[in-house]
Design a protein around this ligand. Structure first.
Ligand code: NI
Length: 394
């Protein structure tokens, strides 16, 4: 079966590269993936795969029916949205949409999903169970997974697989991580309310800008002294708004930030931990405050048995030197974690770096580029892992 999957993938390679270039040249922002979705649905229908459109707003779902000897349903998820970045690669298939770019590799993910669907459709009678392929919108704004789930895509799913490109791994290799892969990402908004006054007479005012600076400093120091260093917390304030003129003491400052963590118990304690620090600083200097802590996506926790399944499948396909077991998670975030509240799942990292280049630009960079040979690596890993899923008996 592995050789057949590899042969089918090799044959599909030129078409898949064409597909990827088309998607790359026509990127669409989160929740606006209408043309991409129509293109995906067209490719699937012409390959004889059953398709449902407008699932999760602009998402697409494809079903491959196996021979029905096993009731377990496997889902495979890819995402389709691009980023508000002006592409500067100068490639002939570079983005034709000003200010929009597939700088996170979701064009590759979508293509791998399509290639996997085409191959599994050809092998359908030999698949014990059914496969549901999810082409998700709006991953970059961490909404698409929830929309898809609300439309029932996780009903009856027993396991879910996904992938994300990774430029620091060379094309031809994949990365497997057991357990935590990405972090929980929550939004933080703190408003400090002081008392306005003349810049020359600070003692008659309550300076919200100075107090905000104390809040930031205290939060950063408190992380290093009161959070378990083996259970990482990253708090980044990315935006400060406040003040009206150089000689007026500001009465209001708003701080906006992101809070990342890996362990659920750590995460649960963060809102009260932040409140304690902000309130103690504000109380000291007579300021008031509002805190709005909005939970975002949880951490992606890869299922151990499914990680083993993907590792073994990829090792058989490419050899063990091309399968890296990753020792560290990332503090990035992924809304794939939303699916994992409904079934066990696993996301692997697909190497897309050029071996011969000293520098492969990171994700979300205007010069981000992928070695397209990785598409076949992704398709073979996904299709063969799917095939083996019913064999591995969980
Ligand atoms: Ni991404």
């Amino acid at each position: 079966m592995l050789t057949r999957i590899q042969d089918l993938a090799e044959k599909l390679a030129p078409r898949l590269i064409e597909i990827r270039r088309h998607i790359h040249a026509h990127p669409e922002l989160s929740a606006q993936e209408q043309k991409t979705a129509a293109f995906v649905a067209g490719v699937l229908s012409s390959s004889g795969v059953r398709v449902t459109e407008t699932v999760g707003k602009t998402g697409v779902v494809a079903e491959v029916q196996g021979n029905g000897t096993d009731a377990r349903l496997l889902a495979i998820r890819t995402d389709m949205d691009a980023l508000p970045i002006e592409e500067r690669t100068g490639l002939e298939y570079a983005s034709r949409e000003p200010g929009i770019m597939h700088a996170c590799g979701h064009d590759v993910h979508t293509t791998v999903g399509l290639g996997t669907a085409m191959i599994l459709a050809q092998l359908a009678s030999e698949l014990p169970g059914n496969v549901r392929l999810l082409f998700q919108p709006a991953e970059e704004i961490a909404q698409g997974a929830s929309w898809m789930i609300a439309d029932g895509v996780m009903d009856k799913v027993s396991a879910i697989l996904s992938l994300h490109v990774f430029p620091s791994i060379s094309a031809g290799s994949i990365g497997v991580r057991y357990g935590a892969l990405t972090a929980a990402a929550d939004d933080l908004e703190i408003e400090i309310i002081g008392e306005s006054g003349h810049g020359a007479r600070p003692h008659e005012a309550i300076d919200a800008i100075w107090i905000a600076s104390q809040v930031i400093t205290n939060l950063q120091q408190a992380i290093s002294r009161t959070q378990n260093p083996l259970r990482p917390v990253v708090l980044s304030i990315g935006q400060i708004n406040g003040g009206r003129a150089p000689n007026i003491i500001a009465d209001r400052v708003k701080l906006l930030g992101t809070v990342r963590s890996l362990h659920p118990e750590t995460r649960d304690n963060l809102p009260s931990w932040i409140t304690k620090i902000v309130s103690s600083v504000c109380d000291n200097y007579g300021a008031r405050y509002h805190i709005n802590y909005r939970p975002g996506v949880p951490s992606v926790q890869n299922d151990l048995a499914l990680s083993q399944l993907v590792q073994t499948a990829a090792e058989e396909a490419f050899g063990s030197d091309r399968v890296l077991v990753l020792t560290e998670p990332s503090l990035g975030a992924e809304d794939f974690s939303m699916y994992l509240e409904h079934s066990p799942g696993m996301m692997f990292r697909l190497g897309v770096g050029y071996k011969e280049r000293a520098l492969n630009y990171p994700l979300h960079h205007p010069l981000f580029d992928v070695d397209e040979s990785a598409i076949i690596t992704g398709v073979v890993t996904m299709a063969y892992s799917a095939y083996r899923y019913w064999q591995h008996g969980k």
